[in-house]
Structure formats: C-alpha cells, structure tokens
Design a protein around this ligand. Structure first.
Ligand code: G4P
Length: 527
C-alpha cells in the first residue's frame, strides 16, 4: 500500500459519521448543542444550532421553516474530539419530512436513538427505528430528560426491549429516581460519575468520578447497584459484533439540558461506533476505502444562503481522498463535473474545505443534472445502490396560475423533483400541464409551493387529491390498473418508475387480490 492509501485508511478509521433520530421534542437540538460543547467545538451551548426561538438566524433561507419553527432541512456538523472526526448529520423533526431522514440514514455509519424518559418510544422514533433497522445500521440509545419525573430505569429497559424488539446493553445506569438525577454508573468500568448542575446548562456540568463507593455514602447509589445486579443477571453484556450488525442496542441515560451523561455518550460514539468502512456497491462488492474517490449524493439543496443563489449537493465520501477542485464523473449521466467549491457546513457558516476522507460529508456547489442517489467517482464506473424512497401517502395536483411564467414553473418543479422535496408524477407520453405531486405528508407540498413562489416566481395552485395509497408497477400492471374501474390511475416519475395510485388501502388490497400476477411493490427499499 502506498503512502497516500495508508493515509486514507488511517483517516477513514478515525471518522464517526452518525445521525440522531427521535420524535420531535425529545431533545435532539439540545443534545446536538451539548455534544458540540463536550467536544470543545463550541465554547458555550446555544451558539451554533440556534434554539427554536432564535432559529431565524440559521435558517432564514426558508420561509416555511421559520413560520413553523421546525427544522425542514438537514445540516451537517463536523467536529474533532480526542483524535476522532465526527460528522453529525441532523435529521428533520417533522414526520412529513421522513424521506429526508431516510436519505440521511443512507449516508451514516451509525445512529443514536434519542428517547424521552417519560414518553418512551413515540410513533416517529418507531418509524425511523424500523427504517434504520431495515438498513442494518448500528444503533445506540440515549434516554434523555432523566432529570424529570418519568419511568424508572428498569421500566425503561423493559419498555424499550418490548418496543424495539432487540436486546439492550446498558452502558451507563442512572443514580437517583427520575427527577432526582444525581449521576450515572459507568457499567464498563464500574466508576460512579456524580454530576453537579451548572446553572443555565450552557457550560460543561461538573463531574466527580469515584471508582469505589459504598452504600453507606448514599442510598440512591445502593439502589442503582441493586438494579444493576438484576441487569447483570440477564443477558445484557455489550457485544461489539452484535452492535455492529444492528442486533444489540447499547443504552445510556442522561439529561441533555443539564449536561448529565453527555460526555459519556460522546465517548461511547467515539469508542464503539463504527468508523467509515468498505461500502457495498450496486453489485454487492465492497469498495475498499482506499479505492479511488467515490461518493454518494444523499441530498441536493438550493439557495441555503439567499446571497448565493446556488445549489449544494451533500455527498458522503465512501472511498478515496476528496480534493477541492477535483473533476469527477457522475455515474448516472456519464458527465464530468468539477467539485470546485466544497463547503464544510457548520451551522450556517460555510468554510471552504481543501480535502476530506471516507466518512466525511461535504457540500459541493453544483450546476447541471445532479440528483439524490447519484454516485460521483474517479476512474472506472462504479455505482452505489439507489437510496430507497418512502411510499407516498399524499397527492395533490399543482397548476401554474400565470402562463407567462410557465418556463419558471417547469424549471422549478424539475429542481424540486431533483432535490427530492416532492416526487413529481406525470401521465405517460404526455407533457401533462398539471402534474401530480406525491409525498409522505402535505407539509412537503407547502414547502414546494413556497419555494416555487419565492425562488422561481411561479404562483401555483394546489389541489389535494383523494388517493391514499401507491405502488410501483410495470407496463403490464399499469395497463391492468388503468382497465380497472375503481378510480385508480397510473403515473410515471422522472426516473421512469411507473406508479399506480389507489383511493385507499381497501381498493388497493381488493385490486391486488383480483390481480395476483400484477407487480405491485411498496416504494421503500425497492428502488
Ligand atoms: P427537539 O430538537 O428534539 O425537538 O427538542 P429540543 O432540543 O428543542 O427540546 C425540546 C424541549 O425539551 C425544550 O424545551 C428543551 O429545553 C427540553 N429538553 C431537552 N433536553 C432536556 C432534558 O434533558 N431535560 C429537560 N427537563 N428538558 C429537556 P422547551 O421548553 O421547548 O424549550 P426551551 O425553552 O427550554 O428552549
């Protein structure tokens, strides 16, 4: 192996690329800030990922986001701590944007599931967990808000085991009843971490580590030890291989708001989460990290900064060394493009980046045809498997209200389709002037309408449609669906996928029963 390859291998081994998945309000924003604080990437929590009230500063490029006070788009935070480079990919909170989360999960090597100690597994945690599990992503769980009254720790373990249907391995165990959080026992070395809250929680919590402590000191400590004995008696030891295969979930307890247990979570990700490893290509062969440059586009985003009216493709580097200005090939189009302005995206500050390695996520400014799921590479043609899409459950027609802006309308729709903001469906062989938008939830359409107006100057009207179910089909299936009298229809996506739509699951199931040979596939995982 030459010196360059050795360097790539070394750099890949010190990358940890992960996402935090959770139900809104579980504390993802707070935890993200605190991880940055503990990694020393910011001096004071709250200075990078603005809190809800102050979100305008980070995301004023998108009106909808500001109005709703939610995070629509994903950001990439890169920081270095104890010789490890973390790429933390944020995921949108609202369920209508779960398709974005799905794409983020295609770019990470592991994920942290964040759970509210009082609420347990909530619907969206469950949905994202299922997606992560289907992809075999190693998962770690962090039980947050233990400073507030909630479930007892043993109850939490039971609840999670039952809901997630996977064995858990507690790495830390909380001391003090929920609401009277004092510290945690680090199960890996038996040490007791006693925390003292810092007012406001913007600074690192004072932490007192004791390696040997008797029950006479504190009854809460004795209770925690007893509980741990019960845990020890079950099959709950940490097993790195099972975790790596996504079959065992290490568990940590803490309070992001009070900074309790955050440092231990950061250490657990650093020490246990997988680094960038060889990634399977479309044909299943793993691509060694030291192979020539290859990266997966998992997000395309326009106009993040109103002063730069450009598009940014977020790419996850899978092999080789990225160099600013390098010319690469887009495997889908065969065209070459220069990755001229690579931005490291930290909150909203774009700083230019000269080189990056497997595991890193970089934002490159692009022109031309680059889509989510594209592979950019050097050398011989390689492709990573396409990113799955979620099966749409909401549909609406979109029509242009001002004929003089037809070109802008068309261009806008094409771009939103490329970015994956919504799926644009048309009837086959027609230049349908009123295409159908398909998505997971109606809020996606709101974003589309707003962006068509503000970025392309196209005023549109939207009419929600009654369909609730869709399936991928083929030409034969399409003909059968069209011949069916049950208010069904068939459309094509820009990538050529035929999509059959049905008013509801009942009609879909009845059609499937009557036509058992027709190919009808859920869209997720099938791309
Ligand atoms: P999200 O990104 O997952 O939606 O959650 P976010 O961090 O915004 O947190 C949601 C709420 O939960 C916030 O309260 C936040 O302060 C609170 N929170 C987060 N972690 C903890 C924790 O460990 N303990 C407790 N007690 N609360 C926590 P808020 O009232 O909505 O906002 P704020 O006024 O506190 O900023």
């Amino acid at each position: 192996m030459d010196a360059d390859s050795r360097r790539v291998v070394h750099e890949a081994a010190r990358r940890r690329t992960f996402a935090i998945i959770s139900h809104p309000d579980a504390g993802k924003t707070t935890l993200t800030e605190k991880l940055l604080l503990y990694a020393g990437a910011v001096g004071e929590a709250g200075s990078v990922t603005a809190r809800k009230g102050r979100r305008a500063a980070t995301s004023d490029w998108m009106e909808v986001e500001r109005r709703r006070g939610i995070s629509v788009t994903s950001t990439v935070l890169r920081f270095e701590y104890a010789d490890v480079v973390f790429n933390l990919l944020d995921t949108p909170g609202h369920k209508d944007f779960s398709e974005d989360t799905l794409r983020v999960l295609a770019a990470v090597d592991s994920a942290v599931i964040l759970i509210d100690a009082a609420r347990g597994v909530e619907p969206q945690t469950e949905q994202l967990f299922q997606v992560a599990r289907a992809r075999g992503i190693p998962l770690m769980a962090f039980v947050n808000k233990y400073d507030r009254p909630g479930m007892e720790p043993l109850e939490i373990v039971d609840h999670l085991t039952e809901q997630l249907e996977l064995p858990l391995a507690p790495l830390t165990w909380p001391v003090g009843a929920p609401g009277e959080f004092r510290g945690v026992i680090n199960r890996r070395d038996g040490s007791f971490h006693e925390f003292t809250r810092v007012t406001g929680g913007s600074g690192i919590a004072l932490e007192h580590i004791v390696t040997d402590r008797g029950p006479e000191d504190d009854p809460a400590w004795a209770t925690a030890q007893e509980e741990l004995e019960l845990i020890d008696a079950t099959d709950s030891a940490f097993d790195a291989d099972a975790y790596g295969r996504g079959e065992l979930i290490p568990l940590l307890f803490g309070s992001a708001a009070w900074n309790f247990g955050v440092g231990l979570l950061l250490d657990a990700v650093r020490e246990l989460a997988p680094p960038a490893q060889p990634r399977a290509l479309e044909d299943g062969t793993p691509r060694a990290v030291e192979s020539p440059f290859a990266a997966l586009v998992f997000k395309v985003q326009a106009n993040m900064d109103p002063r730069h009216r450009d598009r940014v493709a977020f790419v996850r580097i899978c092999s080789g060394r990225f160099e600013r200005g390098m010319r690469v090939t887009n495997a889908r189009t065969g065209r070459t493009l220069a990755l001229s302005f690579a931005h490291e995206v930290f909150g909203q500050d774009r700083s230019s980046l000269d080189e990056a390695f497997p595991g890193d996520v970089v934002g490159v400014v692009i022109g031309g045809d680059v889509r989510v799921g594209d592979t950019l590479h050097l050398g011989a043609d390689v492709r990573f498997p396409a990113i799955p899409t979620l099966t749409p459950e909401s549909f609406a027609t979109v029509s242009n209200r001002d004929v003089s802006r037809h070109k802008q309308f068309r261009r806008g729709l094409e771009q939103l389709d490329q970015e994956g903001v919504v799926h644009v469906l048309r009837r086959e062989h027609t230049q349908d002037p009123v295409p159908v938008l398909a998505g997971v939830g109606p809020m996606q359409f709101e974003v589309a309408v707003e962006r068509l107006r503000t970025e392309f100057g196209a005023e549109v009207s939207l009419q929600m449609l009654e369909w609730k179910a869709a399936r991928r089909t083929d030409a034969d299936g399409a003909a059968k669906v069209l011949a069916d009298s049950g208010h069904t229809d068939v459309f094509v996506r820009a990538d050529g996928t035929q999509v059959a739509v049905f008013p509801n699951r009942f009609v879909l199931d009845r059609f499937a029963q009557r036509n058992p040979t027709v190919r009808l596939e859920r869209l997720i995982g099938a791309d």
